[in-house]
Design a protein around this ligand. Structure first.
Ligand code: FAD
Length: 478
């Protein structure tokens, strides 16, 4: 089958990859002139890369790791020491670590938590451990049911001292969904904690060895095109055209630079766009359906990614850092963590600013000034004295609507990859899969969409053929 896929983020590219594996011909249609969506990156005039987001790959990402294996690019993941490092705002310039020993889960996680005495006291650790017991015993069913509570509400319900939230979970919820614990659904943190505690290497982190567009999207495109698929940039979906029965007749693509619009037909159609543009583009007839109506409950959350190039080294830490700053979320010195960005003389900090609600409309200059003021608090030793660190250059990338805002109740709004429309499917990190709004979730959603398309095509083949041999051949191909 020819399958038209709108969106060349990880979900669209993964869907296309698994469709070519199943013998189909995907054509990916991307609005922008760059691959990757939320993992897109650009090279500036000096040849330096800047990215939509600082991206971390976790040991608990089975579908992503499988994809790297299938593309034969596993060596591009740079695995870091199994630890989590937090800044200590009360003691500027110092760090606190949760070190995971090389032991089976959950023992390694328990030792990591018990071994950290900087951030939590023993009574706090014990109360937190007791509070987590239902999630560990009852598993995912309990975790899903807790979607009715914010993390702050859940912690209160479990009698966990508020200081645990302040010390650890403001940083964690900002890292996971760019919002604070009083907003984030407890399902998000419980899902992450369950994975981190139940899988030995679940919380182990890797950085890609270069820009995500070149090092991950390009090999995906090569794989897809080598097997008969196609990926077109500058091909924005403008409208979904319908047949009389409500199924998709064609994708109408907006003509670029004065070119006329193009009617693009295929055997079936996938939206791998984020939920926000999809909602705008839903045909009137579909909007009445409960399946599509519930998308109204999903909306992308704003986030800002900053890149700051300095005239000297600020850290030698080769890892992700949780800033624990009110303005910032996680950051990393990419001159240490990423092979292609390596520099032994100068630091390049990549930082995520979240929550970004009050910052997204501010100028780059205001955002950089506020970030520099925050860095001066984190690293006073570099910014004071006779020869303070100089900022050489910067890039700010704003994403006004990034991953869906995972507030309580959102799980019920997330749609399946299979829709009530017979030739229309969904892929995207917001669609229902167990990895929430993440790269792993995007890859898995694309894989699931490809799998239902292949199944439906198999059923069609069986239904439309009375000849046993033809059907058997089609089944084999699928
Ligand atoms: C700052 C930041 C940091 C992050 N950090 C991490 C992390 O550390 N770990 C992690 O796992 N995840 C992280 N994420 C989340 C991760 O990037 C996303 O979950 C994932 O990349 C989403 O992929 P997607 O394919 O579902 O959507 P997208 O990447 O948004 O792709 C959708 C594509 O559709 C295209 N499109 C939109 N409209 C149209 C149209 N009309 N026609 C055609 N195409 C269209 C878009 O241009 C885009 O290319 C981060 C995200 C951000 C923003």
């Amino acid at each position: 089958m020819r399958v038209a896929i709108a969106g060349a983020g990880l979900a669209g590219l993964s869907c296309a990859k698994y469709l070519v594996d199943a013998g189909h011909t995907p054509i990916v249609l991307e609005r922008r002139d760059v691959l990757g969506g939320k993992i897109a990156a650009w090279k500036d005039a000096d040849g330096d890369w800047y990215e939509t987001g600082l991206h971390i790959f976790f040991g608990a990402y089975p579908n992503m790791l499988q994809l790297f294996k299938e593309l034969d690019i596993e060596d591009r993941l740079q695995w870091k020491e199994h630890t989590m490092i937090f800044n200590q705002p009360d003691q500027p310039g110092t760090y606190s670590r949760f070190d995971f020993p090389d032991l089976p889960a959950p023992i390694n996680g328990v030792i990591a938590i018990l071994g950290n005495n900087d951030m939590l006291t023993w009574p706090e650790k014990i109360k937190f451990g007791i509070g987590l017991i239902p999630a560990m015993i009852k598993g995912q069913k309990y975790v899903e049911a807790m979607d009715q509570y914010s993390w702050s509400e859940w912690m209160k319900k479990q009698n966990i001292p508020p200081r645990v939230e302040k010390e650890v979970f403001i940083a964690m919820s900002k890292a996971l969904n760019f919002i604070d614990p009083n907003e984030i659904s407890s399902t998000i943190l419980l899902t992450a904690l369950n994975r981190f505690l139940q899988e030995k290497n679940g919380s182990k982190m890797a950085f890609l060895d270069g820009s995500p567009t070149e090092r991950l999207c390009d090999p995906l495109v090569e794989y897809i095109t080598a097997r008969g698929g196609e990926v077109r940039l500058n091909a924005p979906l403008k409208e979904i055209l319908l047949n009389e029965d409500g199924s998709v007749k064609a994708f109408l693509l907006r003509g670029m630079d004065g070119a006329p619009d193009e009617v693009f037909t295929a055997d079936c159609y996938v939206s791998a766009m984020p939920v926000d543009p999809l909602k705008v583009m839903l045909p009137h007839f579909w909007k009445q359906m409960d399946f599509f109506k519930k998308l109204d409950g999903l909306e992308g959350v704003p986030v800002i990614n900053l890149h700051l190039w300095f005239d000297r080294k600020l850290t030698d830490i080769d890892h992700l850092l949780f800033s624990r700053s009110p303005l910032l979320s996680v950051y990393a010195d990419m001159s240490n963590t990423c092979k292609e960005y390596a520099n032994s003389d100068r630091s390049m900090l990549e930082l995520v600013l979240a929550p970004a609600r009050n910052w997204i409309s501010k100028s780059d200059e205001e955002i950089i000034a506020a970030t520099m003021a925050e860095l001066e608090k984190l690293f006073p030793q570099h910014f004071t004295g006779d020869n303070p660190t100089q900022l050489l250059k910067s890039h700010v990338v704003k994403t006004p609507r990034s991953v869906y805002k995972a507030t309580p109740g959102r799980q019920a709004c997330r749609p399946d990859q299979k829709t009530p429309i017979k030739n229309f499917y969904l892929a995207g990190d917001y669609t229902m899969q167990q990895y929430l709004g993440s790269m792993e979730g995007a890859v898995l959603s694309g894989k699931l969409a490809a799998s239902v398309i292949a199944q439906d095509s198999l059923l069609d083949a069986v239904n439309s053929s009375s000849d046993y041999n033809t059907t058997a051949r089609k089944v084999q191909m699928v």
